[in-house]
Design a protein around this ligand. Structure first.
Ligand code: UFG
Length: 329
């Protein structure tokens, strides 16, 4: 049984492929390598370099492979860039998904699990955040993820399509082998930046604001290990293949850590001093984002195994310290 992973050379896609192959699935991977890396691909995955907006290339892939289910990660994901170039985000994230759904319909492939985001909630009215809470994205990236969810919903009403949307909180950490990990260019995420400060690649870490209404004044986020996210995709796929209905799940550790707590944990694990400096707030950062993942635990039987802050940082450190320039030599 072949599972098609779109965006398979990206951070979460590559980790999901490692888990799929470890569990005995046959995997076809597609990626246009605009932000992904060939080196992140598992050697046993059959790789198709294509852009999902290229309908002909997608159709050819579906004709060649016998696909039982699709996991869709192929999207742009930088919040800041989505605000300065919204058309780029709508084009890739939405138009790309439309051509994917067309190819699926044409080939009678009906199960899809895809990356959504906590960004669909915007500034939460209450925490922990539940799936039924209001969705009011405060940036274009979150808006495109919400639009993808709605697109799946309406497409499913008109065909045999069934989908699971997984709303990730803060994805982080790296595969325990140290072979694959997080690599973005430019890097904007807290944990890789903190570890770059630990390895001397950057002088210090900037703390974006220290007067939020939180115990130490810095923002609180829910950090979830990428291997736990990968597991959730496989469980969601199994749920759909067993006949499960359309569904939406939050994926987080359900525990919040402040920016200062993350830096303190990184100092302890790396043994490095890690200079930090408070700078201005980043516009649009909510003070506190913490998931309730009770629904995923109950319905998918998802049990995060790697998401203590120490394990997250230790695994990320193993990757970053052995690949200081990421996948680029
Ligand atoms: N932060 C700093 N300094 C930095 C980078 C980040 O203080 O140099 C802070 C941010 O202000 C935030 C926290 O660290 O409070 C985490 O920031 P990230 O950029 O790592 O992650 P975000 O919480 O901003 O974004 C994550 C996902 C997005 C998703 C969003 C949902 O990465 O894809 O959650 O709100 F859209």
């Amino acid at each position: 049984m072949t599972i098609l992973v779109l965006g398979g050379a990206g951070y979460i896609g590559s980790h999901t492929i490692y888990e799929l192959i470890a569990e005995g699935y046959d995997v076809a991977a597609a990626d246009n390598l605009s932000t992904g890396f060939k080196q992140a691909l598992h050697p046993q995955a059959r790789f198709y370099q294509l852009d999902i907006r290229d309908q002909a290339a997608l159709n050819a892939l579906f004709a060649q492979e016998k696909i039982a289910g699709v996991i869709h990660f192929a999207a742009f994901s930088q919040v800041g860039e989505s605000m300065t170039d919204p058309l780029k985000y709508y084009d890739n994230n939405l138009a790309g998904t439309i051509s994917l759904l067309k190819a699926m319909r044409q080939n009678n492939v009906n199960n899809i699990v895809f990356s959504s985001s906590a960004a669909v909630y915007g500034e939460p009215q209450t925490v922990p955040i539940l799936e039924g809470d209001p969705t009011q994205p405060t940036n274009c990236y979150g808006e495109t993820k919400l639009a993808m969810e709605k697109l799946m919903y309406w497409a499913s009403q008109a065909s045999g399509l069934r989908y699971v949307a997984l709303r990730y909180f803060n994805a982080c950490g790296a595969h325990p082998s140290g072979q694959i990990g997080e690599a973005h260019n430019p890097e904007t995420h807290l944990i890789p930046l903190v570890l770059q400060a630990a390895s001397g690649q950057r002088q210090k870490i900037a703390i974006f604001g220290n007067d939020y209404p939180t115990p130490d004044g810095t923002c609180i986020r829910d950090y979830i290990h990428v291997c736990d996210l990968a597991q959730a995709h496989i469980l969601a796929l199994q749920y759909l293949m067993a006949g499960g209905a359309n569904n939406v799940f939050n994926l987080g550790s359900d525990v919040g850590f402040s920016v200062r707590q993350v830096i303190a944990a990184a100092r302890q694990i790396t043994g490095q001093p890690i200079l930090a400096e408070v700078v201005a707030k980043r516009p649009g950062d909510p003070a506190r984002l913490v998931a309730s993942s009770a629904k995923a635990k109950q319905i998918l039987n998802w049990q995060p195994q790697h998401s203590s802050l120490d394990e997250i940082i230790a695994s990320a450190w193993k990757w970053h310290s052995s690949h200081p320039t990421g996948y680029v030599d």
